[in-house]
Design a protein around this ligand. Structure first.
Ligand code: SF4
Ligand code: SF4
Length: 341
């Protein structure tokens, strides 16, 4: 079984303890934050193991690359401190089990991964994806298992991720374009944190999208709209890619007004907070997030993760914001898709 590579000395000498100090769902004094993290490092009980909402953000807050979120999950599982009721945890494990019901297209050396999200296959079409759309994989066999970290089931991640990597490798894929942040984050953050080798090149879809939109620049008609961006939890695993959203929006004439809950202060879509922390905290986080979006005067709520979009679309629409995925916005900018109103 793979083990998390965690350097205790890095935490022991940490001058900031930003992982917990910046946490938006627990408050600490600076010394307390460091001491709680050290308790977790030493394998002792800590309030964090009982109160963490699994938003992934401490993976971004730790600038020393020491993977506090994965360690919290490991320690929870070791102690049997599971985050959600057992039927919900098991439901997720069963729902995402490999059952041979996957979909594989005409695989070339370069392929796109739709994870386990059929909406992505519908979006990844047209001019932008014309050279790669048919070379597609979808299904549990190719799905990143990071969702199980929300339930402190790190053992499921360690068991399934090597199989997913092997399944993709067997297809002869040399470059995988990940359409879901969670996949790219899993392959580039979780896999190396556990010493798993990924033998193919990984491309983040927003890098691909930016390059394609530059190539299609002549077709772009600036949209002249404003958006509030819903940053997904899995983007916290790949914070060096966050800047791409603004670069793509700049290219298609979309502005993103400043708001309180963006960039490092982004709030999670919070739907998985329901089984983990209860309805009250989930509703409170979603209300604060939506109030903040509305206050910017944005016309659209911009999504990156289809799961966030599923959860929040109706809610943002009721508050007067049109939900849209960044791929669809790009397709609208080149005249391929009608503008949603
Ligand atoms: S996880 Fe990172 S930020 Fe937190 S104490 Fe350790 S080194 Fe510091
Ligand atoms: S995952 Fe989120 S809620 Fe949990 S400790 Fe890290 S920042 Fe806080």
């Amino acid at each position: 079984m793979y083990a998390l590579k965690f350097n205790e000395k890095v935490c022991a000498t940490c001058p900031s303890a930003d992982c917990l100090l910046k946490c938006q769902y627990m408050t600490f004094e600076k010394e307390e934050a460091h001491e709680e993290m050290m308790k977790i490092v030493r394998g002792e009980d800590s309030r964090v193991l009982h109160e963490c909402m699994t938003c992934y953000a401490c993976e971004e807050y730790c600038r020393r690359g020491n993977h506090p979120y994965y360690l919290i999950g490991e320690r929870r599982e070791e102690r049997g401190i599971y985050t959600a009721p057992r039927p919900i945890t098991n439901q997720w494990i069963n729902m995402t089990a490999m059952q041979g019901k996957y979909m594989v297209g005409d695989i070339k050396e370069k392929a796109i991964s739709c994870c386990f999200l059929p909406q992505l296959a519908e979006m990844a079409t047209g001019e932008i994806f014309k050279d790669v759309a048919s070379s597609v994989v979808f299904g549990a066999e190719f799905m990143c298992p990071a969702v199980h970290t929300h339930f402190a089931k790190m053992s499921v991640v360690k068991e399934r991720l090597p199989v997913v990597i092997e399944n993709l490798t067997k297809l002869g894929i040399k470059e995988l374009i990940c359409l879901h942040d969670e996949c790219y984050g899993t392959f580039t953050s979780i896999a190396p944190a556990y010493g798993m080798e990924v033998p193919f090149k990984l491309t983040y879809y927003m890098d691909f999208l930016l390059e394609r939109m530059k190539e299609l620049k002549g077709k772009i008609v600036p949209l002249n709209i404003t958006v509030a961006y819903q940053r997904p939890c899995s983007n916290r695993l790949i914070p060096d890619k966050h800047h791409l959203v603004r670069e793509i929006l700049d290219l298609i004439g979309v502005s993103m007004p400043d708001r309180r809950y963006q960039d490092e202060n982004s709030l999670c879509c919070a739907e998985l907070f329901r089984p983990i922390g209860g309805y009250r905290i989930a509703d409170d986080v979603q209300r604060r997030n939506l109030d903040d979006m509305v206050a910017t005067g944005a016309e659209y709520c911009l999504f990156n993760c289809p799961a966030c979009q599923d959860v929040l679309s109706e809610k943002v629409a009721k508050r007067g914001l049109q939900p849209v995925h960044i791929i669809d916005l790009c397709r609208t900018a080149i005249g391929e898709k009608e503008r949603e109103v």
